[in-house]
Ligand binder design. Structure first.
Ligand code: NGO
Length: 497
């Protein structure tokens, strides 16, 4: 048996489950095993088909999915929705015996998360299409699991460099393996506007035509964006679109001079400075623009959130910033979305329930929580995947220091800011800014292996987490990441297998 065909140990799962008890035996998946799913229709059935496809494409098996009553046939994988309230929206219980694999959840999302656990218990070769590993064995035992936080995200900056639909879908698949559930798309910035807006077509026609370094840029049509959202949703990942304003708007200003205060359009920008652009917050035309954009983005986005950026508005006067945020918040609300923005929103008056994404200024973030905001934690020194691993990293920035794999793992989202309580924290998110990243290979190099650590911080209990134990599990994921063809950084300090 090749090393990549060996069943991983029962305790090598990332994120670490709440409880995992190995039983010492093995289950062997036979090529004609059945996946028995209840109910067989709807989301549960679709999730079962996802599992069958995953296994079939590497093994050449033809696992069949179907319903079934009574005792399942020997060798079956059983997926079942059950009124098990305690499992919550994403929790699951997995029991592997020599006869069956049984996965139970309250919701289809829980089955999907549980399938990622089954996936990680299967030999890594299951990840490589056409690998034909065999026999496929899983160690026996029981896992009970549910996430600590409801928001476990990653952000892709498609504005500084543009990444196409397939690249983003691949990234979603890699997120899903680690049970992440939010994909934040940073769709607009000084260097590019990446989502077509029907009522303001020059935003992409002109504003999407370049990127950092002067390359061709690109943008998503409404159909492209829908394809990303639908794909993400099939992985139980919610897309959060970000339209950054009033700063980080040079691409919009270059496309429509009426959005500037002096009526003169700036040139397109391909550098990496920040903080120099602003929508003209004192012009009514600006609010017509924002309403149109928010209306179209909201209509394309089934998820409940709309991110308005709000960061580094250094070219906007403080009083005007506050007035702007107040008006834009009302527009977002009017279109039925929940407002999220970077921590700077804490400088404005916020409605309770607004979500604020912390990145570096604890004082402003605390002001936001004092106004009833909920936090998504993305401290730059820990969670920014664009920071260099060490000074010799070929890619990445260094303004927040360097962040090795341990730094990215060894922190707690609630303890990060003194005085913040568990109740105030919705979860964690790892932003990947793309000033220095040109290809999806570059993206993978920065995200892996740090992103699985952020995923674990979002999912697993703080008690019992330790770097020394985690790095062993991470090292055991080397063969899986290789089988997936991920361009991950072989970080020193991790015992890679
Ligand atoms: C900052 C800035 C971004 C940069 C990023 C680079 C935020 C919220 N605004 O984070 O425009 O791309 O740093 O690390």
């Amino acid at each position: 048996m090749s090393p990549t065909a060996a069943p991983p140990p029962f305790d090598a799962v990332i994120p670490k489950p709440v409880a995992a008890v190995p039983a010492g035996g093995v289950f062997t998946l036979s090529p004609d095993a059945r996946i028995v799913v209840t109910p067989a229709s709807g989301d549960a059935g679709r999730v079962a088909s996802y599992l069958a496809e995953l296994v079939n494409r590497s093994t050449g098996y033809e696992l069949q999915v179907g319903g079934g009553r009574g005792t399942p046939p020997a060798g079956a994988i059983v997926l079942r929705l059950q009124e098990r309230r305690a499992l919550g929206a994403e929790g699951y219980e997995l029991r592997v015996t020599p006869e069956h694999v049984t996965l139970v959840a309250l919701r289809a999302a829980g089955l999907f998360r549980g399938i990622q656990t089954i996936r990680q218990l299967l030999p890594p070769a299951v990840e490589r299409p056409g690998a034909r590993p065999g026999p496929l064995r899983i160690r026996t035992g029981t896992i009970r699991d549910r996430p600590r936080f409801p928001w476990r995200g990653a952000m892709l900056d498609v504005a500084r460099h543009f990444f196409g639909v397939r690249d983003v879908q691949r990234f979603v698949d890699l997120m899903a393996l680690y049970k992440l559930n939010v994909l934040h798309l940073h769709l607009t910035d000084d260097q590019g506007w990446r989502l077509a807006i029907r009522s303001w077509p020059r935003l992409t026609a002109h504003g999407g035509s370049t990127q950092v370094g002067g390359g061709r840029g690109g943008f998503y049509t409404a159909a492209d964006y829908r394809a990303i959202v639908a794909y993400a949703s099939s992985r139980y990942v919610t897309v959060v679109p970000e339209i950054d304003m009033p700063g980080h708007t040079n691409a919009a200003l270059a496309s429509y001079p009426e959005l500037t205060c002096n009526g003169v359009a700036p040139s397109l920008y391909t550098g990496i400075e920040v903080g120099f652009s602003s929508l003209c917050t004192t012009k009514e035309r600006t609010y017509e623009f924002v309403s149109d954009v928010v209306r179209e983005v909201a209509a394309l986005t089934p998820g409940p959130y709309l991110h308005i950026g709000g960061d580094e508005a250094k070219a906007t006067k403080p009083a005007e910033y506050r007035a702007f945020v107040r008006r834009v918040a009302a527009i977002v609300r009017a279109h039925g979305k929940r407002l999220i923005g970077w921590e700077e929103l804490g400088r404005a008056d916020l409605r309770p329930g607004t979500i604020v994404q912390h990145w570096h200024d604890e004082r402003v973030t605390r002001r936001a929580t004092a106004r009833g905001a909920k936090l998504v934690m993305s401290p730059a020194t820990r969670a920014y995947l664009d920071m260099k691993y060490d000074p010799s990293s070929p890619l990445g920035l260094q303004w927040a220091g360097t962040t090795d794999v341990r730094d990215a793992y060894d922190w707690d989202p609630v303890a990060q800011i003194p005085g913040v309580s568990e109740r105030q924290v919705l979860g964690v998110e790892a932003p990947l800014w793309s000033e220095t990243l040109r290809t999806i290979g570059d993206v993978e190099h920065m995200a892996f292996p740090r992103l699985p650590g952020i995923a674990e911080i979002g999912w697993s209990r703080a008690a019992g987490r330790s770097w020394n134990e985690y790095r062993e599990r991470l090292g055991a994921h080397g063969p899986r990441l290789r089988a997936l063809g991920v361009n991950f950084y072989r970080a020193p300090g991790v015992p890679w297998r």
